[in-house]
Design a protein around this ligand. Structure first.
Ligand code: ITT
Length: 198
């Protein structure tokens, strides 16, 4: 038994692998297939983009496939960068994205720096007619400066008041317990074994 996670993002891959360890199936990601072509993500929602990724990969390998489309929604920026989170500053460059976010929020006071991470997971399988779709979110504040070295993307700027830490100051296990992706994976775990036709 094999399941593919349709991601080339090492940060996401690490979080999935951490949850789905010790199972009776083999978990692979697109990092195991470096020649897999870029998937055109031209949808207008997280769900559309996750569906595009899941189906492109499922069709290529004929295997059950999970895709994650996720992003950061900042209230003071009317929900941006949203589905454009990966390429907010142009190319996919986390440091440049964080710098741009800080600059866009220059002068915005703490109480107005509210934000959320959203993750939509689409599980597609050649032997299932319908996809399994779940979503998770986590609320936080955009900090004034980056802190922490763990995680990826906007984690160093995503401050969680209840923990007095940024997402990048959490271990991968701690992050999975509270994160958008962790919550979405939890929902998936409750449903997928009853849904899947191997
Ligand atoms: P794949 O499509 O290969 O999975 P990607 O990084 O391009 O990788 P997305 O299109 O879903 O994936 O973009 C998600 C972006 O949102 C990601 O690159 C980060 O900038 C941001 N993001 C999502 N989840 C995050 C998290 O847990 N921590 C920090 N930033 C996150």
């Amino acid at each position: 038994k094999e399941i593919i996670i349709a991601t080339k993002n090492p940060g996401k891959a690490r979080e999935f692998k951490r949850v789905f360890n010790d199972q009776d199936f083999i978990l692979k990601t697109l990092l195991d297939f470096p020649d897999f072509p870029e998937i055109l993500e031209n949808g207008t929602t997280f769900e559309e983009n996750a569906t595009l990724k899941a189906h492109a990969v499922m069709e290529r390998f004929s295997l059950p496939t999970i895709a994650d489309d996720s992003g950061l929604q900042v209230d003071a920026l009317y929900g941006q960068p949203g589905i454009y989170s990966a390429r907010y500053a142009g190319d996919h460059n986390d440091a440049a994205n964080n710098a741009k976010l800080l600059s866009e929020l220059g002068g915005v006071p703490r109480e107005k720096r509210t934000a959320r991470f959203v993750s939509t997971l689409v599980f597609a399988n050649p032997k299932n007619e319908h996809d399994l779709i779940v979503e998770g979110e986590v609320k936080g504040l955009i900090a004034d400066f980056p802190e922490g070295d763990d995680g990826f993307g906007y984690d160093p700027l995503f401050y969680i008041p209840e923990l007095d830490k940024t997402m990048a100051q959490l271990s991968v296990d701690q992050k999975n317990q509270i994160s958008h992706r962790g919550h979405a994976i939890e929902k998936l775990e409750k449903q997928w074994q009853d849904w899947i036709n191997w």
